[in-house]
Design a protein around this ligand. Structure first.
Ligand code: FNR
Length: 368
């Protein structure tokens, strides 16, 4: 940990890092991280969805042997929080993803390193603990995707997380208004060795979306190719439809992540928490389902687990904690989340993650 990093006073809950982040970050960088796409409707929906449920206190239950350990994808983890893949962490802190990885290592947290990280996947692997997964964006050239896969395997990553919901991302209005542009020293370090394809001019009347941005978007053929090619289990991130979840399971995907990319892909898409029960019902009880989007507290995680998730991923909160207090901040934020989950479980009479069932929640509205 960097001795210059200090936990500032006033941090009592994990979400306090979100409140302090604007003071620690350049305003346009903060707008880029905090924003989603378009009008940020889905960003707001992700948070609001947690307010539709209340945890129910239960009395007299013996939780003295309580814990939050779980096994996920063959990893023994102390708590059900993973660090979501978040690109370009140099925007938040000079230590970037390597600092986040040190926090993951110190807390036994599984880190999912982004294809678009500002440190190489090899540098992240050096700093991280054994619990590390690599998030893959399929590249326009299969040879480049294969090379990323081999590099991830060689660097000791334990799973591939294929993100499928971000082939096209419209900018956030708030980030545009803040004048965000990517600083020159913030590059996708994993991709610098792969020359981009020469730009192809669009034919007259061609759509810049369908024939442009989506030209290299993955299809089922690409997924089947990846499943054949990968020596690691492949998870898929960005699932909101139960039909997609069952088809992915049938194709051999190791588990799915219910996610709308933190509201950064399709503005107006439903909250990920709102889609979780349908996805869980479709794939059945034994299949791994994770959730991200809007998780800011241990109580949020409790609700997601009650509605069918095995674990949750933390996106923006890791960037905020990194900006405020570097690796120390990320480790502290994860510790606070875990304590908050312990407290919620204890009050709800749940000694184990498996005890957190839908009956542990009270719906507060008819549109969860
Ligand atoms: C992301 N996310 C993301 N996802 C992914 O699969 N690969 C990536 O490179 C990125 N990059 C990225 C950058 C920034 C700045 C943000 C905010 C998010 C999405 C991320 O993994 C996750 O799905 C959301 O962040 C979860 O929502 P919360 O926790 O931020 O509300």
């Amino acid at each position: 940990m960097n001795p210059a990093d200090r936990i500032p006073p006033g941090i009592h809950n994990a979400i306090d890092y979100e409140l302090l982040a604007p003071q620690a970050m350049d305003a346009s960088h903060h707008a880029y991280v905090a924003g989603g796409c378009g009008w940020d409707t889905t960003v707001a929906a992700n948070r609001a969805a947690f307010g539709h449920w209340a945890p129910l206190p239960r009395l007299l239950r013996d939780v003295r042997q309580g814990h939050t350990q779980l096994t996920l994808g063959g990893l023994a983890l102390p708590h059900p929080f993973l660090l979501a893949p978040v690109a370009y962490q140099r925007l938040a802190h000079a230590g970037a993803e390597a600092a986040t990885a040190r926090a993951a290592q110190a807390t036994g947290t599984c880190m999912v390193a982004s294809t678009l990280s500002s440190c190489t996947l090899e540098a992240i692997a050096c700093a991280a603990g054994p619990a590390r997964w690599f998030q893959l964006y399929l590249q326009p050239e299969r040879a480049h995707s294969r090379d990323l896969l081999r590099r991830a395997e060689q660097a000791g990553y334990r799973a591939i997380v294929l993100t499928l919901d971000a082939s096209i991302q419209l900018a956030s209005r708030s980030a545009l208004q803040a004048g965000f542009s990517m600083p020159a020293d913030c590059v996708a370090a994993n991709l610098t060795g792969y020359p981009p394809l020469p730009a192809q001019p669009l034919a007259d009347g061609a759509s810049r979306i369908f024939q442009g941005a989506m030209r290299h978007a993955p299809t089922w053929d690409d997924l089947h190719w990846l499943l054949q090619e990968s020596r690691l289990p492949v998870w898929v991130k960005g699932v909101l439809h139960p039909g997609d979840a069952t088809a992915l399971r049938a194709a051999g995907v190791a588990g799915v992540i219910v996610s709308n990319h933190g509201g950064r892909s399709l503005d107006g898409a439903p909250a990920s928490l709102a889609r979780l029960p349908a996805v869980r019902a479709a794939v059945g009880p034994g299949y791994p389902v994770l959730l991200d989007g809007g998780v800011r507290s241990g109580q949020d995680a409790f609700k997601a687990l009650a509605l069918g998730a095995d674990a949750v991923l933390i996106g923006r909160l890791q960037v905020y904690a990194l900006a405020v207090a570097g690796a120390l901040g990320v480790a502290h934020m994860l510790t606070l989340l875990t304590e908050e989950l312990h407290a919620c479980m204890a009050q709800a009479g749940c000694a184990r993650l498996a005890d957190i069932t839908p009956e542990a929640l009270l719906p507060l509205s008819t549109t969860p």
